[in-house]
Design a protein around this ligand. Structure first.
Ligand code: PMP
Ligand code: GLU
Length: 407
């Protein structure tokens, strides 16, 4: 007989998000008065622009505190559709949009809407920590497409083609990449689309949450804007990163294909799960997308300067190698040159996990060990530069000193 509180196999199989765990741990240590430099958190260190906060406060004061429509209010959906048409070239209408409780839940719902038990989902790796558990929660089977620093962590069209067979249901594309900080160029996206166009049974889940945070001159290309991909791409985005709104929990999806069947399915599921996002946050969506452009440009410029700064500092760490970040707010140095050595505190460093643990304990610097990102992530740590220039300089100085003392 089973114990009444025995967990389902599904629950037993889900690991906690390591990125959120590290973010929480750093907050705890700082609150306890410890002198910690945090490169762990994948969240902007800026405040949410005032114009967005004002819209939400006004909504709460004017009594918009009841249930809202499940996929979002018509105004909020229209603002998103307009953004995707004007900025991303995606042909869509307000009815092609669903607003969810963060892009994380949007990815989850999209997978639930598309994937049957046993079907394969392609995952270019290293990949964000939550994709694999979410694919597995949908009953899907993960097939990794591994890429490394030599190709800026980007899969080639040949790798993509070799990974596709009749079991494949979908692919998750995330550019700019968490954790790698690299971005597919427009030409590279077109090459991948050319391969995918020959396999019409494969849907694309394009996680574009860092799309506004790119540091090259080249304009961003959304795969869902290409005519051959338009009908089978679910474009996912949200307000968390671009507008410094991680705690607000606002994400969205756009999928114009097949008469909006995927958005309708996601809406049905959401209506049984969370109903909608918080009703008085709906008005913050047009406010952000239409009235916070100046603040976004400023934050982007600051991230671009920090990207250069941190990359320059890491380059002076001896054998540690690190591709230049072109998007998001992450660098992903290869620290495997430290494996087999021992820290000043006596810890044998044989993995990214050992590296990150010893670095936090001995130097007070938090980074995310790469194991959870899969693929060659085992040789890397992720450092977020969503922190001040002073923290970047001080944290990098501490790491350099700590590295110099390895025996
Ligand atoms: N996708 C990627 C690649 C991310 O890094 C994040 C960050 N948490 C998300 C989705 C989810 O963002 P949110 O749920 O805060 O909208
Ligand atoms: N995406 C951010 C990160 O990778 C926030 C934490 C999370 O949701 O994973 O750090």
């Amino acid at each position: 007989m089973t114990n009444a509180m025995e967990l389902s196999q599904r629950a037993q199989g889900v690991p906690a998000s390591p990125t959120l765990a590290i973010t929480a741990r750093v907050k705890e240590l700082k609150a306890a008065g410890e002198d910690i430099i945090g490169f762990g958190a994948g969240e902007p260190d800026f405040g949410t622009p005032e114009v967005i906060c004002d819209a939400a406060v006004e909504s709460i004061r004017s009594g918009q505190t009841r249930y809202a429509p499940t996929p979002g209010t018509p105004e909020a959906r229209e603002a998103i559709a307009r953004k995707l048409r004007d900025q991303n070239g995606i042909a869509c209408e307000a009815t092609d949009i669903i607003i969810n409780n963060g892009a994380k839940f949007t990815v989850y719902l999209a997978l639930q809407a598309l994937v049957n038990t046993g079907q394969t989902v392609l995952l270019p790796t290293p990949a964000w920590v939550s994709y694999k558990p979410m694919i597995q929660l949908a009953g899907g089977v993960v097939r990794e497409i591994p890429a490394g620093p030599d190709s800026d962590f980007k899969m080639t069209p040949e790798q993509l083609e070799a990974a596709i067979d009749s079991d494949v249901r979908a692919i998750i594309l995330n550019s700019p990449s968490n954790p790698c900080g690299t971005t597919y160029s427009g030409a590279e996206i077109r090459e991948l689309a050319e391969v995918l166009s020959r396999y019409p049974h494969v849907a694309v889940i394009a996680d574009e949450i860092y799309e506004q945070l790119t540091y090259e001159d080249e304009p961003y290309l959304s795969i869902g804007s290409l005519p051959e991909m338009a009908d089978r791409t679910v474009t996912i985005n949200g307000l968390s990163k671009t507008f410094a709104m991680t705690g607000w929990r606002i994400g969205y999806a756009c999928a114009p294909g097949d008469g909006g069947s995927v958005i309708k399915a996601m809406t049905r599921m959401q209506s049984q799960m969370t109903s909608s996002i918080t009703s008085f946050l709906m008005s913050s969506i047009p406010a952000a997308l239409e009235r916070a452009g100046g603040e976004v440009q400023q934050m982007r410029q600051t991230f671009a300067e920090r990207a250069e700064l941190i990359h320059g500092l890491i380059k002076s760490w001896g054998e540690v190698t690190c591709p230049r970040p072109t998007g998001a707010f992450y660098v992903f140095p290869d620290i495997s040159c430290t494996f087999g050595r021992t820290s000043a505190g006596g810890v044998a460093i044989n993995s990214a996990m050992d590296f990150a643990g010893a670095l936090l304990d001995e130097a007070g610097v938090a980074v995310v060990p790469g194991e959870g990102f899969l693929g060659c992530g085992v040789n890397h740590v992720r450092m977020s530069f969503a922190c001040s220039e002073d923290d970047i300089r001080e944290g990098c100085r501490r790491i350099q000193d700590w590295l110099a003392k390895l025996a």
